[in-house]
Design a protein around this ligand. Structure first.
Ligand code: MOS
Length: 763
């Protein structure tokens, strides 16, 4: 049993059975397509990213990157850089304060989330091609950039391991994958495969991908009498505070990390990376505020992305489409300083019944930048392999691929054996199939043509687990009837500032404009990272705890009044509405919050609380599900693929705000289109160097690449989560590449098993 499971099971003995959130079904603002509260600020330039804050006396940092993958820097010629106008310092590891190495990610430990545990810029060792080997500080960014280009390095080169193909032979099984076993075995899957009436056995490949968030990573670090303030483009202000404290060996209370607006992250800003540490150290060394705004190339070189992967999926089935064998074996890359096996087999652990199951993962250790979370790490590429294979099996069976999935729908979690908290995958398929008019498609490849364009349709399952991490929140109600909610929370474009307002207004029974949400600042009660699609749910739980505590205190205050209509009421008898607390049995009887505070002669009342451990995720199999339907047009002479139609139907529990939720899912699908068709980081395998570190040569989808994306929601509340909601941030990208590959097969009769599906593969 993992440490996490032991911990959760111990805790579960102290936590009463989870009852559905009483607010489910009673919402006023939750569920409405409310405009983003920060929308106007964003489109008018009022919302500033980290690098855009005007700071007095600011200097600029520019890194120099190693051009080798492994070895030592034996000499740095800094003379030309130092002589360049405007240069203040050229910092090397010798100038650095001694720092402790950061700790690798550990679930439920908010200070442990680095993608790499290498010492940061502490010696002359080189671990990957692109690692920072010097840092130029100058009066302007242009001067720093020019001077950085003048630094000359000499190396003692060691031969790096940079080839996935050669590394595969030495792949090892990781100790665990996010606390779960690396291998799951039920029955004899190989035997069942060998004896199956129909079988598929194939290898699926995918390249290294980079997040390419709109805003490249940036930090401004300011020291003031031992106090540190960092404006940082992070997905985790609370964690960055704790990690900086750990690395620099200083008191966390002397550190403040601020990130009100982040221009996307997709996981690339969730781990603890070098750039922030370098800015903080540089500001200490030059004794001026330092801005380190990475160039696009700088992000490619110093922040890791999604692993290269090779996956075998083998499926055995009866003639009537019942799975007798489900095998998925994944090989991914993780350097020894990262130790992160991306969870490719997680979807297969929970999606389908099969008589025998064998799921396993292995990792290859290469000398490269640490791989990291990138939107649905593991699940995105895992579903590419699994859902492509399901389609291939459906074709072998001459069965509709939707029916094949219906045939193998489990009623309990197929590998954990636990009950589903709520699972509406089949409903999502029905919803999507009818919106897409799936019934009218022709299953015969090459049967639909428009001039030189072959047309095809494909479908795949989307899956992402529901994760919740404990966090804290503070809520204040004021005598004028207004309320403020304080959570460290990170807003990188997903709409957290808007949906949390909707939640707090409903939970408190207040009009929306009377509630304010303060976030993006590590001095506020700590919250988990905006990652793992868990931030919204985690904050909902924390805010719910804080509001319940506050309301109980309000009731106690009110009951000091012997005349009160709530004199005999218990907390459970009350509803929060009309800016007050009212009897559920007679909602005309109650009292406003303002009135309670006035009688108690209090200007305001506050409560802070921390949410419970996520024991529900142990007790139940909890996840969001979806069905991705798409149509592609493939040019029969150039191999060009255009995605022409998309319908995604999702079961993510209660949808807090259909507008922001639709946008999240559309964003995930757009990112999946890039993953399927155009995105690929190219390595020179001799040197391990990234050869296309720019958006000119790493093609993310642009408007012309994306059709209208039609999103539908089942909208059925999950009885075991706050408000019945589950995460939506990552599920959108899952299943996308498979749906596209399946549609391309339907259009052309060509089965492409390696991503991205570029023109050459279709010629
Ligand atoms: Mo997400 S890949 O956990 O930001």
């Amino acid at each position: 049993m993992s440490i996490l499971q032991t911990l959760l099971e111990t805790a579960s003995r102290f936590v009463p059975d989870d009852k559905p959130d009483p607010l489910i079904g009673g919402q006023v603002f939750v569920g409405r397509a409310i405009d983003r509260v920060d929308g106007a600020a964003k489109v008018t330039g009022g919302a500033r990213f980290s690098a855009e804050h005007p700071i007095e006396n600011l200097v600029h940092a520019e890194p120099v990157f190693s051009s080798i993958s492994k070895g030592k820097v034996t000499h740095l010629d800094l003379s030309a850089a130092k002589a360049h106008p405007g240069v203040i310092a050229v910092i090397t590891p010798e100038d650095m304060p001694r720092l402790k190495p950061p700790s690798l990610f550990s679930l439920l430990k908010p200070d442990k989330f680095a993608a790499s545990n290498l010492p940061i810029f502490q010696d002359n060792r080189v671990y990957w091609n692109g690692q920072v080997i010097a840092l130029v500080i100058a009066e302007t960014h242009e001067q720093a950039q020019e001077a950085a280009s003048l630094v000359r390095a000499q190396y003692e080169v060691e031969s790096p391991a940079s080839s996935f193909e050669s590394g595969k032979a030495k792949a090892t099984m990781p100790k665990d994958i996010l606390g779960e076993p690396p291998e799951v075995k039920i029955g004899d899957a190989e035997l069942n495969l060998a004896t199956a009436a129909v079988r598929i056995d194939a290898i699926y490949k995918s390249p290294y991908y980079s997040h390419c968030a709109l805003e490249p990573h940036a930090s401004i670090a300011l020291w003031d009498e031992g106090k540190l303030t960092v404006l940082d483009s992070t997905q985790h202000v609370s964690g960055y505070k704790l990690s900086l404290a750990q690395v620099f060996g200083i008191d966390p209370d002397s550190i403040r990390v601020i990130a009100p607006f982040v221009g996307g992250g997709f996981g690339g800003k969730a781990g603890f990376w070098w750039n922030t540490v370098l800015a903080v150290a540089a500001a200490k060394i030059v004794q001026r505020p330092v801005k380190l705004a990475l160039s696009r190339e700088g992000v490619f070189r110093t922040v890791g992305g999604r692993t290269i992967a090779e996956q075998r999926v083998a499926l055995g089935a009866t003639r009537d489409g019942h799975l007798t064998s489900l095998i998925q074996g994944c090989i991914t890359v993780t350097p020894s300083h990262a130790r992160y096996a991306e969870q490719c087999t997680f979807p297969a652990r929970h999606l389908y019944t099969a008589d025998a199951i064998h799921l396993s993962q292995h990792v290859v250790d290469l000398d490269m930048v640490a791989n990291t979370w990138m939107r649905a790490p593991g699940e995105s590429i895992g579903t590419f392999a699994l859902e492509s294979a399901l389609d291939e099996l459906a074709i072998e069976l001459q069965m509709d691929p939707v029916d094949l999935r219906r045939n193998n729908e489990p009623n309990r979690d197929p590998t954990k054996g636990t009950e589903f908290s709520s699972r509406r995958l089949i409903e999502a398929y029905s919803l999507g199939a009818s919106a897409f008019e799936w019934k009218s498609r022709n299953p015969v490849p090459c049967s639909q043509r428009d001039g030189s364009w072959l047309i095809g349709q494909g479908v795949a399952t989307a899956y992402y687990p529901a994760i919740r991490i404990p966090g804290s929140a503070r809520v204040r109600v004021e005598s004028d009837g207004r309320a403020k909610v304080f959570v460290a929370a990170n807003e990188m474009g997903m709409g957290v500032a808007t949906t949390q307002l909707q939640h707090a207004a409903d939970r408190l029974g207040l009009p929306l404009p009377h509630v304010e949400f303060q976030y993006g600042d590590s001095s506020l009660p700590s919250s988990p990272m905006a990652g793992g699609s868990c931030q919204t749910l985690s904050i909902l739980a924390a805010v719910r705890s804080a509001i319940e505590k506050l309301q109980r205190e309000l009731l106690k205050l009110e009951q000091r009044d012997s005349e009160s209509v709530l004199k005999a009421a218990k907390y459970e008898d009350l509803l929060a509405l009309n800016s007050g607390l009212y009897l559920a049995s007679d909602t005309s009887r109650g009292v406003t919050i303002a009135e309670i505070l006035r009688k108690a002669d209090l200007p305001f009342l506050e409560a802070e609380a921390t949410s419970s451990l996520p024991v529900e995720t142990l007790k139940y199999s909890m996840a969001s599900y979806g069905a991705q339907f798409c149509e592609v047009r493939v040019n029969d002479s150039t191999g060009e693929t255009r995605v022409s139609r998309w319908v995604g139907a999702f079961d993510c529990g209660t949808i807090l705000n259909p507008k922001t939720a639709t946008s999240q899912l559309q964003g995930g699908i757009v990112m999946g289109i890039g993953m399927a068709l155009t995105e690929e980081v190219l390595f020179d395998e001799r040197s391990g160097r990234i050869m296309n570190p720019s958006l000119a040569e790493y093609h993310v989808p642009v408007h012309l690449d994306v059709p209208h994306i039609d999103i539908h929601f089942c909208g059925i509340p999950d009885p075991h989560t706050p408000l019945g909601a589950r995460g939506i941030g990552e599920i959108g990208i899952t299943g996308v590449a498979a749906a596209i590959a399946n549609a391309i097969y339907n259009a052309t009769g060509k089965r492409i098993q390696s991503l991205p599906i570029t023109l050459d593969k279709l010629m």
